[in-house]
Design a protein around this ligand. Sequence first.
Ligand code: ZN
Length: 427
Amino acid sequence: METEVKLLLSDLETIKDSLVDASHRTSIDRRVIAVHFLLIILMIQERLEKIYGTGKLANAQRSKIKDMSAEVVDSNPYSRLMALQRMGIVANYERIREYSVAIVGIGGVGSVTAEMLTRCGIGRLLLYDYDKVELANMNRLFFHPGQVGMTKTDAAVQTLSDINPDVVLESYTLNITTVSGFETFMSSLKNKSFRPDKEGSGVDLVLSCVDNYEARMVVNQACNELGQTWMESGVSENAVSGHIQLLIPGETACFACAPPLVVASGVDEGTLKREGVCAASLPTTMGVIAGLLVQNTLKYLLKFGKVTPYLGYNALKDFFPSMEMKPNPQCWNGACLERQKEFAVVVRPVRRAEEEVEEETECLHADNEWNISVVDDSQHSNASSCLPEGLVRELPDADEYREPVFGSEATDDLEDLKRQLEALQAE
Ligand SMILES: [Zn+2]
């Protein structure tokens, strides 16, 4: 489509040049006609450029960069990201180029998530959505009015490839809840052409940014079948709360292990949507949730900080609850139960062995009969030095406190007081 538009614009440019030439040379009547056609062509050109963005903006796209550089120059789009290594936050930032992330749902959260990962220089993004861009989406971030009518996946690829042409973008305009859509979804996740030596599926992480329970259950099913780690995200219908959740098949609760209360009570989701009632959305809440989701994704992929298992966000109280959920041994999802068995037999024993090794190396007196560890006393003596410069403790530290000494000194003080009292009475 874009190539055809570019060819059309090039043809219009040729006709425009010949008309400009004719408007200077021919008789007055012909000159008027030439100018008239020239104006029409300019209008068509402007409209096409607005619709498809193939004008001067497209020519401004930068060329691809082979290796990420840490060089601090204005022309390097990766200098600030590579600085994370210099600051000791990330061991090897450039590894981000090896990773593939699938984003299901390119709406208010998914589109911003895709943009953040693109700007971070992710290796490959797989985008899934069946919807089109509407003017009603303009209260959110990312899409702009010039993209109304385009599929969300095409519009996203257009914008993202302009922002960072190094990212490999795959667009899937389909509904994963249909039979054929689910098949394509599964085969695209399994495809390893981007990194043939990768273990497991062809993607490192699946991010669910959909807005309904049915689609979440489909992502859950696919990930349970593939043993694929994924992250869930959601924003409430009243736009003032949201959450993100990490799901590792077999290790943490899957989406079917602990379904939302309303669904667990057997209510059909379709009946929940009230006729004529439009769900609210705010760019702020969606931006916060997308930010939390991508932050957790970066921590998971680049192995820094703590990857949160569940993080909620209540915008009205600025409350961020966090918790962990174990898988349900009675989960009705068969693939979830299979992954739970594999985890118990294969992964858990390895984890326990690793933890034991860690405990042994941390223990100061591991050779005693009762395995009792003793804490190093020197840690306490340095306690006061842990305070920031300029601050002093008002009360003594527990280890600095000394029992008062009762004995000859106390008696001396009493005798001294008696003498002072007698002296006063004598005056
Ligand atoms: Zn489950």
